[in-house]
Design a protein. Structure first.
Length: 156
């Protein structure tokens, strides 16, 4: 890369990456998984009692008690995919896609402030995987289930 090209990259706020670095680009969707059943059952499902066990707080799990007909449900908010693997030195490009849930406050630990992502929006975060280890990402409003990690493997 010539001096002029490097200077232009630095002027627009992008650090020049080493020649061996690859760009690893991922689309991470915000989704929820739903399960529903009934305390009474039907022709295709047996009756399932409503669990007495408490679920973790944090908004990542939502369970609705049985209604008058015995129907109850549970919802878990998650990222898909939840685990990404890159190599040290790679440029990481994460496109967070708001699919389900009206909005999420998302944080990529160590990569700037949290941001809000609404349904139908795409927000992009870029960074260089400088050190081997794990970088976490999470929805601040949907703990403990809506979290993920980027595993950074050491240079060979």
């Amino acid at each position: 890369m010539g001096h002029t090209s490097r200077a232009i990259l630095l002027l627009v706020g992008l650090a020049a990456l080493p020649a061996h670095a690859d760009v690893q680009e991922f689309y991470v969707a915000t989704v929820h998984l739903d399960g529903s059943t009934s305390t009474k059952g039907d022709g295709s499902h047996p009756a399932e009692p409503f669990p007495a066990q408490e679920i973790p707080s944090g908004g990542g799990l939502i369970r609705k008690s049985p209604n008058a007909e015995g129907a109850w449900s549970i919802r878990a908010f998650v990222f898909v995919p939840q685990q990404l693997v890159v190599r040290q030195g790679d440029e990481v490009v994460l496109h967070f896609v708001g699919v389900q849930g009206p909005s999420h406050r998302i944080e990529v630990v160590g990569q700037g402030p949290a941001f809000e992502l609404r349904r139908g929006e795409v927000r992009t975060i870029r960074f260089q995987a400088a050190e081997p280890g794990v970088t976490a990402f999470r929805s601040i409003d949907r703990a403990p289930t809506m979290q993920g990690q980027i595993l950074v493997l050491a240079k060979p």
